[in-house]
Design a binder for this molecule. Structure first.
Ligand code: GLN
Length: 279
């Protein structure tokens, strides 16, 4: 037995060496994970068993090796729900909640019923949408079988598996080849440019490369999908971007489409983060 307070102080110091900004939060998360209790509960505990301390040390070793905390805890809270996360899917990011806000507003104002999510990953967008908007059907596509497996686990966990159809394949192809009709396309695609890749945090490098890497200029996904969209008479596409590629993307959009409605949304740090195209 050891005083929990001492373990908290020790663990926080260890985690500070890895990332000072998240050390406090990660200390609480790891301890509550090992105790299998809510974060708020840990301050009501005085002592912690040796067995549990051993477990904490094991998890700390994984963190020191650069494994992201959300792969260790196997969960990440996104929007209003907790998602199972594991190697093989992108960990949902807080910035992506903006994309969801814009999508929900759009769906409600047009009364849309069928949505395509390109690159479903953990299912954070598809599952949250199914939870938040009644009568919605979501076609969820991904090029990674592993991601589809995890997205299905999350759809099951949140009771919306019957409202989401899963497809393996790139871009819109799984949908268009089956002649499925839809009202709206959404995506948080890979958009990290080549030059950014070496600067990514050690933890981010543990996430699937194909969920992050957007080609030499970060715009390759957009270039390809815009070509497909141009062939459709009309549609709406809402997607996340990296603020770094905003200017290049605006040029690309102007070059690709002769007539288009264009809206840009800023995230909490006032960076261009989401674009809505209507053509
Ligand atoms: N849709 C998932 C997310 O927003 C995964 C995106 C991806 O794999 N690029 O986090």
């Amino acid at each position: 037995m050891q005083a929990l307070r001492e373990v908290l102080i020790w663990l926080k110091r260890e985690l500070e060496d890895i990332d000072p900004d998240s050390a406090y939060l990660e200390t609480e998360l790891l301890i509550s994970y090992v105790l299998n209790k809510d974060r708020s509960f840990i301050y009501t505990v005085d002592f912690i068993e040796e067995e549990k301390i051993k477990e904490i040390k094991k998890l700390l070793d994984l963190r020191k090796k650069g494994i992201p905390i959300n792969y260790i805890l196997k969960k990440k809270f996104f929007y209003d729900y907790e998602f199972f996360t594991d190697t093989g899917v992108l960990i949902p990011r807080n910035e992506t909640e903006l994309l969801l806000d814009v999508v929900i507003d759009t769906i409600k104002s047009y009364s849309f019923e069928k949505i395509v999510d390109i690159g479903v990953g953990s299912g954070n967008l598809a599952v949250t949408l199914a939870k938040k908007v009644d009568k919605l059907t979501i076609y969820a596509c991904d090029i990674s079988p592993n991601a589809l497996k995890i997205a299905k686990i999350n759809a099951q966990k949140h009771g919306v598996i019957d409202r989401i159809k899963f497809f393996l394949g790139p871009y819109l192809y799984p949908i268009t080849m089956r002649n499925l009709q839809f009202d709206l396309i959404i995506s948080n695609p890979p958009y990290i440019a080549s030059w950014e890749m070496p600067f990514l945090q050690k933890e981010v490098k543990r996430e699937p490369w194909e969920a992050l890497y957007g080609g030499w200029n970060g715009c390759v996904f957009y270039e390809d999908i815009f070509k497909e969209l141009k062939k459709m008479d009309k549609g709406i596409f809402i997607f996340e971007i990296s603020p770094f590629i905003y200017n290049d993307l605006v040029k690309l959009i102007n070059k690709t489409f002769s007539k288009i409605e264009f809206y840009v949304y800023k995230d909490l740090s006032q960076k261009n983060r989401v674009i809505k195209l209507i053509w």
